[in-house]
Design a protein around this ligand. Structure first.
Ligand SMILES: Nc1ncnc2c1ncn2[C@@H]1O[C@H](COP(=O)(O)OP(=O)(O)OP(=O)(O)O)[C@@H](O)[C@H]1O
Ligand SMILES: [Mg+2]
Length: 373
């Protein structure tokens, strides 16, 4: 097993800069998820670990070795892709053992490795079938089996579940999580699905597409709860959470006590007030998650601020109701309990949790409150 270390890593394709100044440690036995929108460089970062892309600048270490110039087959990593490309004419057993056979491993060791992987993945009954006689989920498990039998120091996954239907994805997600818990192999998993990232990752690295300033596109690294509770910037705040965090234009009054919005005035706690002191009289962005807004009287929250508005959208999701409320110029999204379903066009009074607000500087897009308790 091994840790992986990116130090000031850049990746450019000619003039096209995809990754700049990436500093990141993936710890031994860690399940790290790379998440971000399409084109932000997730696959490129993963392919650099695999040795399928060269590192343009900086160093990349796996275990104790700098691997910039190490051939992919000597890196002791196993990669599983979105398209699992099984050999159609070979049985499941032969597909799983293929990599071991070309490495000329002894037959009894191969059999043992395959039986063990099949047992872990629930494929024992299917070892003699051909891929065409398997479901999508079973095929993806065969692809995982191919990676597991090699007992690599690192697993690399590039959106391995994205070809599966929703139900299978949830099932395979749970299986992957159990698998990593059992094998403890250092894992890097790429996805653009934030739910997958939140449920699988010990830690998550959020990447954004490279901006024109060519500054590092790594926006934050942290545990799922750190990203959810303390997003360091607007990008992470909006990327993590469904429905996404509400971002409202507010104004900090001259006294520094109140955030003013056309629909409400939000009083600040002393610690927040201190953090915002240099922004008195200025425009700021207030972030509040839909789950921290309810209909007035619905929750027993203290320190709430209320606002009135008109319901424009109602989405009933069984255990909760999501409403979009017009509050001045802006739409505020709130998650309500299932007790009462408001009507379209209804006037409602909503309550926001004052102790769960985030404040961002609109110029730098950095959070001014992420470091507070
Ligand atoms: N060989 C190449 N030459 C030039 N540009 C490339 C090359 N390979 C990738 N890119 C560019 O690098 C950027 C990052 O690509 P990458 O495949 O890493 O994105 P990604 O985050 O994995 O996206 P997705 O979620 O769509 O898979 C993209 O803008 C892509 O066009
Ligand atoms: Mg990709």
């Amino acid at each position: 097993m091994a840790r992986i270390l990116f130090e000031r890593v850049c990746k450019r394709f000619g003039d096209v800069s995809v990754i700049e100044d990436l500093d990141l440690e993936i710890r031994d036995e860690e399940f790290m998820v790379f998440v971000g929108p399409s084109g932000c460089g997730k696959s490129t970062a993963l392919r650099m670990i695999a040795g399928l892309e060269e590192v343009t600048e900086g160093t990349l270490q796996i275990g104790d070795r700098i691997v910039n110039d190490v051939h992919p087959k000597d890196r002791d990593v196993a990669m599983v892709f979105q398209s699992y490309a099984l050999y159609p004419h070979m049985s499941v057993r032969d597909n799983i053992s293929f990599g071991l056979r070309i490495r000329k491993m002894a037959q009894n060791e191969i059999d043992q490795a395959v039986d063990n992987a099949a047992d872990i993945l629930g494929l024992t009954e299917l070892l003699d079938r051909k891929p065409k006689a398997l479901s999508g989920g079973q095929r993806q498990r065969v692809a995982l089996g191919r990676a597991i039998v090699r007992s690599p120091s690192v697993f690399l996954f590039d959106e391995p579940l994205s070809n599966l239907d929703a139900e299978l994805r949830v099932q395979m997600r749970a299986e992957l999580s159990k698998l990593q818990h059992r094998l403890k192999t250092t894992t890097v998993y790429v996805t653009h699905d934030q739910i997958e990232a939140m449920t699988l990752g010990h830690r998550i690295a959020v990447l954004a597409p490279m901006g024109p300033d060519r500054k590092s596109n790594l926006k934050q690294v942290g545990t799922p709860l750190e990203l959810y509770d303390r997003p360091r910037n607007l990008f992470v705040a909006k990327f993590i959470g469904t429905p996404p965090m509400n971002i409202l234009e507010v104004h900090l009054d001259e006294s520094g006590h109140l955030l003013q919005h056309p629909g409400f005035n939000l009083p600040l706690k002393p610690a927040v007030e201190a953090a915002l002191a240099s922004h008195r009289g200025k425009r700021l962005l207030l972030g509040i998650r839909p789950e921290h807004i309810c209909e007035k009287g619905e929750q027993e929250w203290t320190e709430t601020t209320s606002a009135k508005g008109t319901v424009e959208v109602v989405e009933t999701v069984g255990h909760e109701v999501i409403i979009h409320v017009r509050c001045g110029e802006e739409l505020v999204i709130a998650k309500l309990g299932p007790h009462r379903i408001p009507r379209y066009g209804e006037e409602v009074e909503i309550e926001m949790r004052g102790d769960r607000v985030h404040v961002f500087d609109p110029e730098t897009e950095l959070s001014l409150t992420a470091e507070l308790d």
